[in-house]
Each structure stands twice: as C-alpha cells, then as structure tokens.
Design a protein around this ligand. Sequence first.
Ligand code: SAH
Ligand code: SF4
Ligand code: F3S
Length: 456
Amino acid sequence: MNRKAIHIKSFGCQMNKLDTALVAASLKDSGFSIAENENDAIAVLINTCSVRDRAEGKVFSHLGNLKRIKRSKPELVVAVFGCMAQRLGKELLEHEAVDIVCGPGQIPQLTKLVAEAIEGKKQILAVTEKIRTESAENPELEKFESVYDRSDAQIPGQAYVRVMRGCNNFCSYCIVPYVRGPEVSRAPELIIEQVKRLAGKGVKLVTLLGQAVNAYQYTDGGKEYCLADLLYSISEIDGIEWIRFVTSYPYSRYYDEILAAMRDCEKVCGYLHMPAQSGSDRILKAMNRKYTAGEYLEMLDKAKEVVPNLAAVGDFIVGFAGETDEEFEATVELVEKAKYRNCFVFQYSPRPGTKAEERLQDTVAAEVKRARNIELLAVQERVSDELAKEFLGKEIKVLVEGPSKKPFLNSGDGVQLVGRTAGDWIAIFNGDEKLAGEFVTVKVTRVSPLTLFGEL
Ligand code: SAH
Ligand code: SF4
Ligand code: F3S
C-alpha cells in the first residue's frame, strides 16, 4: 500500500465535481498522489450528495464495503465529505468505516485532516455548525477556490468556475440550502482573474456554476454587478471561446439583461438549463417555486426569441407530494410545449428537515413515480428526436472531450471520439485522440434522440 496515494470517489452535481477537483489539487500540492485504484490507497475520500435518498444509499453501500476492507487493513483512512457529510455530521462519524466527516464549507482543511488521520488521529468532525446563520462569508474557501482552480479530474480544455455558493430559494423539497448554506456571490474581479488564469492554462470552455446562477449579484463601489456583467467581461478574455452557466432559476430579475448578453456575446453558448420542476400551478406552489407554468413558458419563449438556436434543458420532479394524474398530465403538456433539447427527470424523494418532508405526505406510490418518470422521458425523447433531425447533413462546431467511454459500433479510421456542441448536444465521430480539448467541425450523418453521429 502506498502511504501517499489517495483515492477519491465523487457522487454528485457539478458543484460537487468542482469540489473534488479542488481537493485533488490540494492533496497533490501536499505531496500526495491520486490513485485510480482504491486497493493501492492509504485513504479513500468520498464526495457525497444528499439531494435524493438514493444518492445517500449508494454511499452507505460503499461504506459497507469499506468497513469489511478495513477489518483486514485497519490503517486505511476513510473520509466522507460534501453535502451528506454536512447533513449527517456526527451520525456519519459513528459508522464503523468512517474516520473523517467534512462538510462542503470545510474542504480547505481536508488535506490536513487526511494527513492527521494517516498519522493515527481518528474520529474527525469538520462541519459548519449553524449553517444558515453563521457568517456566509468564508475567506478560507474563497482562498482555496482561487489557488486550486485546475486539476486532472476535469476534461481537457474545460473548467468549472463557481460564481456563487449556497442557495436562498428554499424550494420545499430541496436539501441544498441546508447543506450548502446561504447564497453568497463571489467578487467579479476574483472570478475574472480566475478565468484569465484558466485561459492561460489552455481552458477554452468555462462553465459558471451556481445553484441559481442567474441570482448572481455583487455590489462594489456603488456599482451592482449581475450575471450579464460577468458574461460580457469573460467574453473579453483571450483564449476563452465558449462560456456556459448553470443552473438558472426562472427569475424575472436580470432575465432580459442575461438574454441580451447571450445574444450579443458570440462566446456565450446558446444553452439555458432552466428547471421548471412541474407543469401544475398547484404543485409549483406546494414546491415553493415562485412562478406559474404559464409564466415559465413565456420566459422560455422569450429566450428562444432573443437567442437564436437556443438549446433549453429542464429538470422535473415527478410524484411530488399529492401529485394527481391530472397534475402530472400538466407536466407532460409543459414538456411537449417547451421543446427542450433534453430533460432530467427525478422521482420525488422526501428529504429530512425540508418543509415538504415535514408538512406534506409522500402520497404517490413508488411504482406510480416510476411510471410517470418513464412516460415523461418518452415524451421528451420524441421532442429530442425531432430536434436532433434538424442537424442531419449540417456541419457543427464541436469541442472534443476525448475517446468515447462506451464506443458505439465503430466504422472508419481512428478512435471513436466524443465531444459537445455549444448547445451541449453529444457528438460522436472518428478521429485522432490528440484532438481532445480542440474544436473541430463535424458533418452530421446520423442522429439518435440525444446524440449526433458524424464525420470530421
Ligand atoms: N440548484 C439547481 C439544482 C438543484 S438539485 C436548481 O435549482 O436547478 C438538481 C435537481 O434535483 C433539481 O432541479 C430537482 O429537479 C431535483 N431534486 C431536488 N430535490 C429533490 C428531491 N427531494 N427529490 C427529487 N428530486 C429532487
Ligand atoms: Fe434547491 Fe431550489 Fe435552491 Fe435549486 S433553487 S438548489 S432546487 S432550493
Ligand atoms: Fe450537489 Fe447533491 Fe449537494 S446536488 S449541491 S451534491 S446535495
């Protein structure tokens, strides 16, 4: 066993992946190496998600395995970090396998804690005690974020940059405000400096991250900055060719400014991930979402009018507390009208401590949730298929990610590569592996609902 090798597993959203990349960079800076394989490692770090029960279930089953491994390898250190660590805190530390529990706000300490645990210190708890009331400013995290802004965990030529932390929306089903804390926007000059550094290291696509990224707001010297200001400033940076931002909440504030920036800045991708969650006004209200289905569709229509070739992406929760067949049908209708490029569909999972879990009954049976999930995805697949067909015979600009992990039936020369368009469509084509991180033009010859196949 290599006493300097650390294995990291990540189960979560883009925020979570970014945290993993920061932690990996910090570990390497302190002389550790990142092990591909768990067996060689002195420590296993698990970055966790709490958004649905299933996400937590996966972590517990993994911890069960680690518990057995530790019986024959007692020096193995196990650290759980991320949202689930923050949510469960001490309770998680009681698990036989776990040595360190570290919340997302405490990751700047994690490298030091891992080193201490390797030296024999056990039972380390580092979470934010009063996450909603403690000062949301976190200078340690800010520093950490600016120093470790790059790691091998990311795709060549691409990087995530957090523009804000936390969330204040309190959608009634959602755990995020309780594990990530209050909304804080980072200073524009720090973000811009960071993107410049990334561009200097060869980053071409930068994705700005926030739970409700379009709520970004920073006041400095009497001037108020919103996401649109960031988009204009980042567009000026040499080397950056594409800019995306996720996830957008359907807010009317700043919406016109942001759409105008998308229209006016060539580098800003025509890509809008704006979850609706439901098409029923009663359910939206119960979810504490602040819009009606009609208002949502109007906003989406406006975006499509202003931004040519906009690719819209949605999230939906099916089987929310009390959702009737008619209310689900309203969601189906919204999906038919919205013409998303793609949708993410989730089955409602009550989260302890949220308003929905405390006040509303989880009435919809598991098999009904599953059936609604399948139905909604089928509706979306028809829409995606239609949209994909519009690409047939066309040439598209693609940022190459690298060799495809699950190659489709291969034909022609070279390795099967995977890349993405500005609108985040997946493109599959043959070419040289060295193209990873480069832009190429692909001629589309065949499509499936989510994938464009073609040749260079
Ligand atoms: N901040 C982002 C992402 C939140 S989590 C946003 O607001 O869009 C990603 C998605 O998970 C949400 O959009 C929602 O569709 C889903 N989700 C959140 N809590 C959930 C829960 N308790 N059960 C099922 N799905 C949930
Ligand atoms: Fe959760 Fe709503 Fe915040 Fe998204 S906007 S993170 S769904 S509370
Ligand atoms: Fe992301 Fe899951 Fe936390 S969605 S913010 S890792 S609860």
